[in-house]
Write a protein that binds this ligand. Structure first.
Ligand code: RIB
Ligand code: CA
Length: 313
């Protein structure tokens, strides 16, 4: 089965790994990439998306999107994790392509309306572009084939605060709109991405299999690996964004639960994703009013990690 996708991204080291999968996997028809601030500023995200497609020898539309959160002040990009250039501060080839003149939200609305029922939105950064697309055309909820979001955390705790995952924390208001919009949505959060580790051996295979793109993936990985060693004490990195594509292409490797999501948008818990399993009664029904979605709670982590390397080797 071929999946026609729009990849919404803030590349970013792990985004780049996922973009490489989207560019190379035979079952993925990459209709375009939309960029957002998050790991980097949106201009750098756009540059990196254009570069990665060119390194893979592909002409893929890239539409620039959100430069800041919907409401809260923007946090500085995590240069200590992804590098100031978003790709581990390695020297990068020049980019010849240019972004679309349309903004990300318009590109999403146009593309989904051209192909009703066929397009899956795969979002692996803060969710401002999807929120803006919903604002532009609320009927999108009935026209997308599905939405896959890398973000959130149900039982795992947070990675930027004790309870919040980065993409949700970066724009909790956009997340609240996107995760409760009523479209078919699967959340791929830290509960599963933290069970996957892309090891140096995996990356050596990837570097050997991807030419100049492999050099960029391996060089940026080296920077990211240092952060994971110091922050989490693991030798490798969690391939967060590739897990979103792993769920789409190999769903049998994941276990999901259906229920109601809500996002805390202010206070100490801002960015926390609250999950009420379908049918569970709580003291009030306010956590069970939002449309049903699926959240990933389990994964065959080693198999997913090996699959990523296999796809890119
Ligand atoms: O929390 C992990 C997520 O935040 C990933 O998408 C990573 O690229 C960063 O954007
Ligand atoms: Ca990302």
């Amino acid at each position: 089965m071929t999946h026609s996708i729009i990849f919404d991204t803030d590349p970013g080291v792990d985004d780049a790994q996922a973009i490489a999968i989207a560019l190379r996997h035979p079952e993925v028809d990459l209709l375009g990439m939309t960029t957002t601030y998050g790991n980097v500023d949106v201009e750098t995200a756009t540059h990196n998306a254009l570069l990665l497609a060119e390194l893979a020898g592909r002409k893929i539309p890239v539409a620039q999107g959100a430069a800041a959160p919907l409401i809260k002040p923007r946090h500085a990009p995590p240069a200590h994790i992804h590098g100031a250039n978003g790709l581990g501060n390695i020297t990068l080839p020049t980019v010849s392509g240019r972004a679309e003149s349309r903004c990300a939200a318009q590109f999403i609305v146009d593309t989904v309306n051209e192909r009703p029922g066929e397009v899956t939105l795969v979002a692996v950064g803060p969710l401002g572009n999807l929120a803006a697309a919903l604002q532009l055309d609320p009927t999108l909820v009935d026209k997308v084939k599905g939405v896959v979001v890398m973000g959130g955390s149900i039982r795992e705790g947070g990675n930027v605060t004790p309870v919040a995952e980065a993409n949700m924390f970066n724009d909790p208001d956009a997340a609240a709109r996107v995760l409760t919009a009523g479209w078919p949505l699967t959340l791929v959060g830290l509960d599963v991405t933290h069970r996957c580790v892309l090891t140096p051996a995996h990356m050596a295979r990837i570097e050997g299999g991807q030419g100049e793109l492999g050099r960029v993936l391996a060089g940026s990985y080296a920077f990211y690996r240092d952060f994971y060693q110091s922050a989490l004490g693991i030798d490798g990195c969690c391939p967060h964004d590739s897990c979103a594509l792993a769920w789409l292409l190999r769903p049998e490797l994941f276990t999901t639960s259906r229920g109601h999501l809500s996002v805390v948008t202010e206070g100490d818990a801002e960015g926390q994703t609250l999950f009420a399993p379908e049918g569970r009664d709580f003291i009030e029904d306010r956590w069970s009013r939002t449309p049903l979605v699926d959240v990933c709670l389990g994964v065959e982590g080693q198999t997913v990690s090996d699959w990523i390397a296999e796809v890119l080797a």
